[in-house]
Design a protein around this ligand. Structure first.
Ligand code: MEV
Length: 321
């Protein structure tokens, strides 16, 4: 091939789980929104048999924390890429370059967004109209290698965009949310493995059947009420449900001292609700509140030792350029 071949670009958003992380792994309904932080993949043709993946700007690759130690950090993504090529009978190699503005191992679905951005770029490169369900199945390949037994909510949200209710058995349901949702994210800067957090919480739930039963019953009610709050634009009501969800997450061991500190700081500054998001144990918390309190919430999180930033709901999901 002479010179640089044409590249296809895919973007995919991060996600924030508003309600139901961890419980969703065992079948509960969780609610998530896509947010306007993006992973970007650029793909070009390469010699047959060659799949090369690089991410010069990413500190530790697209998920090496989840990869077996000593292994190639990009192997989960290469497996997914191989599956894509096989599924569509493509006898070509690809060169993939990644970048991302989503913090890694922080609860915002960076690995899922990276996987989805690659699939978007590949579909553009080979002119394949990839259905969202096919994309969901393919992204599950790398997500399973990385995280063990993920529910699928991270990449479902990145693919579909907007607000979704999801359970592994029911699949996803898009929620009709008319209002713009702004979240304040507080990053503890403590990184942790989703795989280990999920194992820890699932183990707790197995060993404490009474607590687990009560928590699952309550989370079912919380999810139902949260869907109705979102669809009505009742952010104050949603905030109260997020606070209740956080109490349950603390009970089952998903929170941490740093997260609790940032959550307390956000509530003191007037947030309607605040909770950890994603696997917990570190990573990020989220808060919602009235417009006039948002600056104060950010400042309060900063003073409590976190790194705050403001994000909005992404309504579109992945895109190909
Ligand atoms: C991770 O973003 C959310 C968890 O519920 C795990 C999962 O659903 O796969 C902790």
């Amino acid at each position: 091939m002479g010179g640089e071949s044409a590249r296809s670009i895919g973007f995919a958003p991060a996600k924030a789980i508003l309600i139901g992380e961890h419980f969703v792994v065992s079948g509960a309904i969780a609610i998530a929104i896509a947010i306007n932080l993006y992973a970007k993949a650029s793909a070009a043709l390469a010699p047959r048999g060659s799949i090369s993946i690089s991410a010069p700007g990413l500190v530790d690759g697209a998920g090496p924390r989840g990869a077996r130690s000593g292994g190639d950090p990009f192997e989960p993504l290469a497996s997914m890429t191989r599956a894509f090529l096989e599924r569509y009978g493509i006898d070509q190699g690809v060169d993939i370059r990644l970048s991302s503005e989503i913090p890694l191992s922080a609860g915002l679905g960076s690995s899922a967004a990276i996987a989805v951005s690659i699939l978007a770029a590949l579909s553009g490169l080979f002119g394949i109209r990839l259905g969202r369900e096919e994309m969901f199945d393919l992204a599950f390949i790398s997500e399973r290698i990385l995280h063990g037994n993920p529910s699928g909510i991270d990449h479902a949200t990145s693919i579909y965009g907007g607000a979704i209710a999801y359970s592994p058995s029911m699949g996803f349901r898009r929620l009709s949310v008319d209002c713009d949702i702004t979240l304040i994210i507080g990053d503890t800067l403590r990184r942790r493995s989703t795989r280990e957090q999920v194992l820890k919480v699932q183990d707790f739930l197995k060993r404490n059947e009474g607590i687990a039963r009560e928590a699952f019953e309550r989370i079912r009610e919380i999810s139902e009420m949260a869907i109705s709050c979102l669809e009505k634009g009742d952010m104050r009501g949603l905030g109260a449900l997020m606070n209740e969800n956080q109490a349950l997450l603390s009970k089952v061991g998903a929170s941490s001292r740093e997260l609790d500190r940032l959550i307390g700081a956000a509530l003191e500054a007037g947030a309607f609700g605040a909770k950890l998001t994603g696997a917990g144990g570190g990573g990020c918390m989220i808060a919602i509140g009235p417009q006039e309190a948002l600056d104060g919430i950010e400042e309060s999180i900063r003073r409590a030792g976190g790194v705050p930033y403001r994000v909005r709901m992404d309504k579109v999901g992945y895109r190909v350029c």
